[in-house]
Design a protein around this ligand. Structure first.
Ligand SMILES: *Cc1c(COP(=O)(O)O)cnc(C)c1O
Length: 411
């Protein structure tokens, strides 16, 4: 990975490269009787007391930094936040109890709220669609779903409706389309729109959206950041300390903070992000190539394939040869029942509604992420009933390919 390109202050700690930061960053300098623990401790305390009542008063009044109540901040959570902020080259990050809580805070805590509508990419994560079309609209915020792949139409709509913010995902789910983030960042800047990028699929290993003008970046830490299928969490990364303060105030008011144990697990996962992502991208590429040659496969959706629709866009945006760990494929002539039986024949690859774990996974959008949509809505998004999403783990790629092939060889 390229080295960080922020200004180097010779008096500060050295500007380490990404892979080093992933292992080292985060940790608010814990000491226990003078000794430094090599792993960040899980601080379970829900509250803190001080010898001096005046000191507690200053801490509670935000006149002095310090911990007071775990819903406001706690040390293990801060360690995770500092690590994520370092990887995103951002001034601050704010951690939440789930990716959805992070998406909610990122859109609602913004000072731009009130006035114009909130634009959301139409092929966003299913949970985001439900949140925006449901609770956010019901709370009075006008929400409009937009097509990121028709830039001219989007620009006209932005000029007419003057949205306060645009919430988007760089790699779409499940068809793996890659949005032109550079053009969208430029559009947002020219029209004064707050750009919010859900970068869950890309992670800071592949992309740092602040460099393209995003004001806010969101991750579901449940996916690649945690990476081991054992933590539910989310994080909001901000382009300024002032914005992060507003997101923190929102989190304090709504009580949506990440728990200490989950912060520990998420930070532990982050330590191996570089190794996992590199392997998951190469495994996904191997699977995409094998499936593209398979007679039962009608189509493979993966931006790494040279004939994929967004290959050029992906090459401009992502590091050389890395195209993400998720792909989708359509099975020739398969109906819902054939797809269900196909998933049951898998022995290694697990069928579970998540992605980004160190083990390989498949998900059938029809019964999972997109089950709330009508057949017509799914067809409108191009998600046919014979499409399966695959998330590459870090296993030996030959074992993954063999498992998919034996499942496809079934009746
Ligand atoms: C999973 C996911 C979310 C929601 O995260 P949770 O941790 O499940 O709440 C949001 N956005 C994207 C792109 C996701 O994949």
């Amino acid at each position: 990975m390229a080295s960080t390109d922020t200004d180097t202050d010779p008096d500060q700690t050295p500007e380490y490269r990404f892979d080093t930061l992933a292992v080292q960053a985060g940790g608010p300098g814990f000491t226990i009787q003078g000794a430094h623990p090599t792993a960040v401790p899980i601080v379970a305390a829900s509250s803190y007391w001080y010898e001096s009542a005046d000191e507690l008063d200053r801490v509670l009044g935000d006149e002095q930094p310090g911990y007071s109540y775990a819903r406001y901040a706690s040390p293990t959570v801060v360690a995770f936040e500092q690590a994520v902020a370092a990887l995103e080259q951002a001034p601050a990050a704010v951690a939440f109890g789930s990716g959805m809580a992070a998406v909610h805070a990122a859109t609602m805590a913004s000072p731009e709220r009130g006035g114009g509508p909130l634009f959301v990419s139409q092929d966003c994560y299913g949970g985001t669609f439900v949140l925006m079309a449901g609770a956010v609209r019901a709370a009075g915020a006008p929400v409009r779903f937009v097509d990121l792949f028709d830039l001219a139409a989007l620009e006209r709509l932005v000029a007419e409706e003057r949205p306060t913010a645009l919430l988007m995902e760089v790699i779409s789910n499940p068809l793996e389309r890659v949005a032109d983030l550079a053009a969208l960042g430029d559009l947002a800047r020219r029209h004064g729109v707050h750009l919010i990028v859900d970068s869950t699929f890309t992670t800071p290993y592949l992309l740092r959206p602040l460099q393209y003008g995003a004001g806010t970046v969101v991750h579901s830490a449940t996916k690649y950041l945690g990476g081991h299928g054992d933590v539910t969490g989310g994080v909001v990364i901000c382009d300024s300390v002032a914005r992060a303060d507003r997101v923190r105030a929102w989190r304090k008011a709504t009580g949506a903070i990440l728990g200490a144990t989950d912060a520990y697990l998420a930070l532990r996962g982050l330590r191996t992000l570089s190794l996992r992502m590199a392997r998951q991208c190469s495994n996904a590429a191997a699977v995409a190539q094998a499936l593209a040659r398979h007679p039962r496969i009608e189509r493979v959706y993966y931006p790494g394939l040279p004939d994929s629709r967004d290959h050029a866009a992906a090459r401009r945006l992502l590091p050389d040869g890395l195209f993400g760990g998720v792909l989708a494929f359509a099975v020739r002539g398969a109906d819902r029942s054939a797809m269900m039986r196909l998933m049951e024949r898998l022995r290694l690859v697990r069928m579970a509604p998540t992605l980004g774990d160190c083990f390989s996974l498949v998900l059938y959008p029809l019964i999972a992420s997109h089950r709330g949509l009508t057949a017509a809505q799914r067809a409108g998004l191009g998600i046919d009933d014979n499409v399966l999403r695959f998330s590459a783990g870090i296993e030996d790629p030959a074992d993954i390919v063999e498992d998919l092939e034996q499942a496809l060889a079934g009746p």
